[in-house]
Design a binder for this molecule. Structure first.
Ligand code: G3P
Ligand code: CA
Length: 263
């Protein structure tokens, strides 16, 4: 019997069941057995890294406007949870499922969990924020002792971006940090598996893997690993397992873990 088993990452904490990017979602994903967590980071007006996917607040909170125009204190007063169908309505307000998550809070919680956790941190919009997101990210990772990883460290951070520019900045400041080059549409050269700026891992979307069956073999032939997002259906899961990808990034970690356990 094959011992193949990919790493399972809870995308935005496992955004299907619980409000995305909330601490409660992340901790539940770890309780369910996820190997790792995925989060997006943006900068507030006063320079804090917060875990929010969208540029604007409207979809995932009761706030309005852009994240980058708000201070941390302003964002901290918003409700990031009760919009979600998985938010428990019959109970008292649950701060862990509705409070803004900062990267600082997520790193502290992961460290304090005492578990082995792989954390995928995606920096959003390096061109809009200049070099500040990556600069502040590396500085914070250094504060937690995570910027120069050792194999035995319980928490292992990997930085991801769709922008080669962001990977270049991370590499310049923290050469030992592994990076993922996220790919939605195939840029020239990547079809042959080559990745920019020392990225060790390719992160193609599931739709791209489906339309380019030769992509994962090319990535592997070039010596890279492949983490595929966002794998939420049985068909996509079957496809990426057939390709023996190294990581599965999913909004439904329990579904993926249950399937792997049944194989
Ligand atoms: O894990 C990569 C994936 O998160 C990229 O897409 O839009 O969900 O950040 P997005
Ligand atoms: Ca992301």
């Amino acid at each position: 019997m094959s011992s193949y088993r990919p790493l399972v990452f809870a995308h935005r904490g496992g955004a299907d069941a619980l409000p995305e990017h909330t601490l409660g979602a992340y901790l539940r994903a770890l309780d369910e057995g996820a190997d790792g967590l995925e989060c997006d980071v943006r900068l507030t007006r006063d320079g804090h890294l917060v875990c929010v996917h969208d540029r604007k607040l409207g979809r995932t909170s009761n706030g309005r406007g852009r994240v980058s125009t708000k201070t941390l204190a302003e964002l901290d007063s918003l409700d990031f949870g009760s919009w979600h169908p998985g938010y428990p309505v019959d109970e008292e307000p649950l701060p862990e499922l509705s409070r803004l998550l900062t990267l600082d809070r997520l790193l502290a919680a992961v460290r304090d969990s005492g578990r082995n956790v792989r954390l995928l941190i995606e920096t959003k919009h390096p061109s809009r924020y200049g070099a500040e997101v990556e600069r502040r990210l590396v500085k914070m990772l250094r504060r937690y002792g995570l910027a120069d990883p050792k194999p035995d460290d319980p928490v292992q951070v990997t930085v991801m971006s769709f922008a080669a520019l962001a990977l270049r900045r991370v590499r310049a400041q923290a050469p030992a940090l592994p990076t993922v080059y996220l790919i939605e549409i195939l840029p020239p050269g990547i079809g042959r598996g080559r990745l920019p700026f020392g990225a060790r891992i390719a992160g193609p979307g599931a739709a791209l893997v489906r339309s380019r069956p030769g992509l994962i073999p090319a990535i592997r032939a070039a010596g890279h690993q492949a983490y595929v997002w966002t794998v939420n259906t049985q068909a996509d899961l079957d496809m990426v397992l057939a390709h023996r990808v190294d990581g599965v990034i999913t909004d439904r970690p329990r579904f993926v873990l249950d399937h792997l356990a049944s194989c």
